[in-house]
Design a protein around this ligand. Structure first.
Ligand code: ATP
Ligand code: MG
Length: 385
């Protein structure tokens, strides 16, 4: 078992998006040097890292440079090729490992893992062939056809009510491997961030209640009783079982559906910090990004303590176009509200649906935090929740 990487070491990350950027902020605060591999010259993480290797994820020369300057490597990018992580792992500690990332990248393998761990998920079927399409059970309809790989923020998904619609949707996806999931009556959605160390120690953040709009996370609320106690305990136990079953090392987010009848089913996992955990930067004494630093550097995992109720609003590119013309959202008015914490990811251009940043609101009471978050939402043009 290799040793702790003390501050002063260099932590590498595959991917240069906002998750990498916030990982780098946490790592640098703790005295680490950082390296990012991402092909984009303007990537949010590349711009703040000590080293930025501009290369494709499978470019061996680029990977070799990452190995040269990093003492350990993690990932922030959902679709980083597993082969790249395997390649890196020959010479450096890599967490999470290629196998866990490969499972999380493939909805069919992911669901098989849930079944193995005894955690309930939505009824589903894998569709890879015309025969499998023809054999779909009627009770999976209406359902959602999801590509097995490369989906995010609701992309690569289509709701279908009939077999004809299903067949047409699969054609539109060019007949790539998909899963068809039964459309469930959701009462709410929630997620749990767990961190598991190389020694198997596990800690977690409190259950996060998530509101999605058009398949994209819009609002996360974290405070006592955001989800009934029984389901919250079940979600935490399930998230830990899923991490344990993977022999996972690193930060893992598990998304759940709460159904109208009170049942809890797992939706999917992300092998990295998650948008729904961003509130922890200000609302918890240890953030999900510090947990990622700690797991990668093999530092002890102290249990995080939430010290403030928190509401997080995602800031999508649409806010830059309110009223039809391009504008700067009214940050000054938003920041005049107490307990608002603005995060912008340094993305050059805003587009509808693009995650440009987030706003976390903290404060003394749940009612106060919610009231400020609603005021901020109104100022920004985000629909009330
Ligand atoms: P992300 O990676 O951003 O979380 P994604 O593209 O991987 O999103 P999912 O998490 O699979 O997509 O689905 C996005 C949203 O669509 C869910 O959060 C939920 O609101 C809705 N949804 C997905 N599957 C179902 C289902 N089986 N029944 C009802 N609603 C669903
Ligand atoms: Mg999701």
């Amino acid at each position: 078992m290799s040793a702790v990487l003390q501050p002063g070491s260099t932590l590498g990350v595959m991917g240069g998006g906002q998750l990498g950027r916030m990982f780098i902020h946490a790592a640098q605060r703790m005295g680490y040097f950082t390296a990012v591999l991402d092909p984009d010259a303007d990537s949010p993480a590349g711009r703040v890292s000590h080293h930025h290797i501009r290369a494709d994820y499978l470019d061996e020369a680029g990977l070799a440079r990452l190995v040269e300057c990093s003492d350990a490597v993690t990932t922030e990018f959902e679709n980083v090729p597993a082969q790249a992580l395997e390649w890196l792992a020959r010479s450096r500690p890599v967490s999470p490992d290629a196998q866990a990332v490969a499972i999380a990248q493939d909805r069919a393998r992911e669901k098989a893992h849930f079944v193995r761990c005894g955690v309930a998920c939505a009824p589903y079927a894998v569709i890879e062939t015309a025969e499998q399409l023809a054999a779909i059970a009627d009770d999976l309809l209406p359902g959602i056809l999801k590509t097995a790989r490369l989906g995010y923020d609701g992309k690569g998904q289509e709701r279908v009510s009939t077999r004809t619609e299903l067949a047409a949707a699969w054609e539109r996806q060019s007949r790539v491997p998909c899963v068809l999931e039964k459309l469930l009556p959701l009462a709410a959605e929630c997620s749990v961030v767990v961190a598991r160390g190389h020694d198997g120690a596990m800690v977690h953040l409190p259950v996060q209640r998530n509101l999605h709009r058009a398949g994209i996370l819009a609002v996360t609320e974290v405070y006592a009783n955001n989800v009934p106690d029984a389901q919250a305990s079940q979600a935490i136990a399930s998230a830990k079982a899923i991490a344990e079953g993977l022999g996972y090392v690193g930060v893992l987010c598990v998304e759940f559906f709460l159904l109208a009848d009170g049942a809890l089913v797992v939706n999917e996992i992300a092998p990295r910090p998650h948008n729904s955990g961003h509130w922890s930067i200000e609302g918890s004494d240890v953030s999900q990004f510090e947990l990622q630093v700690r797991t990668l550097a093999r530092l002890p995992l102290a249990a995080p303590r939430q010290h403030s109720p928190a509401v997080m609003l995602n800031l999508q590119g649409d806010l830059w176009f309110a009223g039809g013309t391009e504008r700067t959202p009214p940050w000054d008015a938003v920041l005049a509200l107490p307990g608002t914490h603005l995060h912008l990811y340094g993305k050059i251009s805003a587009r509808a649906g693009r995650k440009m940043g987030h706003l976390t609101v903290t404060g003394e009471t749940v009612a106060g935090v919610r009231a400020v978050a609603l005021q901020a939402a109104a100022l920004l043009g985000i629909e009330a929740f």
